[in-house]
Design a protein around this ligand. Structure first.
Ligand SMILES: [Zn+2]
Length: 258
C-alpha cells in the first residue's frame, strides 16, 4: 500500500515497487516496430504548469539513479518554453540525464480536422507535431524524440506508435498498459496494489509534477501553491487571472480563493 497523499515518500515507495520488477526506460527508446519492450516501465512526467517543480522531481529521481521522460508543453497558457527561467530549468533536467519530449495541445487541430477523413487528419497531425517539436529543438538545442498530447481527446488516444517520427506516448501499444495521476488522483486506485495484482509485462506511468510535494498536499492545496511559485515568474499578480489560466492548463476546477 502507498501512504496516503502525493508525497515524495509515496513516490519513492512507488519507484521501489517499480524497480523490483521492471526496468525504467525513456520513451525515446521505444522500439521501431512500436511495441514497448517487455519488462519495461516507461516513466513520463507532463509539465503542464511549473517547470521548476519538475526540476525538483528530476533531482529526486537522479539521486536514486532513475531517468525519466519529461514532456514540455509547447503551446500552453502559463509558460513558454523560450522564457529564460523555463529554458534554464529544462536545461538542468537535461543535464541530469533525463529525456525532454514534446507535450502539445492538439485539440484545436483535431477540431479543425473533425470532418475530414482519418488519413488526412493523421497527415495534418504529423506536421503539427513536427512543427512544435522543431520550436522546442530550436530553443533547447536538443533533439526531440517523443510526444504526448495535452488533455487528449478520445480520438487521439491509442493510435500510431510514432507521430511525425516521434515516439507517441498514446500509441496503441500502451492501451491497457498505462496508469496516470491525471487530475491529482490515480484512476487505478493504489498504483502499487494495482501493479502488484496485474503484473503487466510493460507499462507507462504518467505523473504530473504539480501534484507531488514533500508534504503530500491535497489537490486544492497543490493548486493554491502554484500562485506564489509560478505567478511572479510569468509576471501575473492577479490571482483570478492566474487561476483561470491554470484551470485552462489542467482542466481541473479551481478553488475560489487564492
Ligand atoms: Zn498535459
Amino acid at each position: 500500500m502507498m501512504p496516503a497523499g502525493m508525497s515524495y515518500d509515496a513516490l519513492h515507495q512507488l519507484y521501489d515497487a517499480i524497480s523490483q520488477r521492471w526496468t525504467v526506460r525513456l520513451l525515446q527508446s521505444l522500439p521501431e516496430d512500436g511495441t514497448p519492450a517487455a519488462g519495461s516501465c516507461y516513466l513520463r512526467h507532463d509539465i503542464d504548469v511549473d517547470p521548476l517543480q519538475a526540476l525538483e522531481l528530476a533531482q529526486i529521481e537522479s539521486q536514486r539513479g532513475i531517468v525519466a521522460t519529461y514532456h514540455v508543453l509547447a503551446n500552453g497558457p502559463i509558460y513558454h518554453p523560450s522564457a529564460p527561467w523555463v529554458c534554464s530549468a529544462i536545461s538542468s533536467i537535461i543535464d541530469l540525464g533525463h529525456e525532454i519530449g514534446l507535450h502539445v495541445d492538439a485539440r484545436a487541430l483535431t477540431h479543425h480536422l473533425g470532418s475530414r477523413d482519418s488519413l488526412e487528419a493523421t497527415a495534418g497531425l504529423a506536421s503539427f507535431v513536427r512543427g512544435h517539436a522543431a520550436v522546442l529543438e530550436e530553443v533547447l538545442g536538443n533533439r526531440i524524440r517523443s510526444v504526448s498530447f495535452h488533455r487528449p481527446t478520445l480520438g487521439s488516444l491509442w493510435k500510431d506508435a510514432f507521430v511525425g517520427g516521434l515516439a507517441n506516448a498514446y500509441g496503441s501499444g500502451f492501451k491497457h498498459h498505462y496508469i496516470s495521476d491525471s487530475s491529482g488522483r490515480w484512476r487505478v486506485g493504489d498504483p502499487i496494489a494495482f501493479l502488484g495484482a496485474s503484473k503487466p509485462s510493460y507499462f507507462q506511468v504518467l505523473t504530473h509534477p504539480m501534484w507531488w510535494s514533500e508534504a503530500g498536499l491535497a489537490v486544492e492545496d497543490s493548486i493554491r501553491a502554484l500562485f506564489p511559485r509560478v505567478a511572479p515568474k510569468v509576471g501575473i499578480d492577479d490571482p483570478a487571472l492566474f487561476f483561470s489560466l491554470v484551470q485552462e492548463a489542467i482542466g481541473v476546477p479551481i478553488p475560489a480563493k487564492a
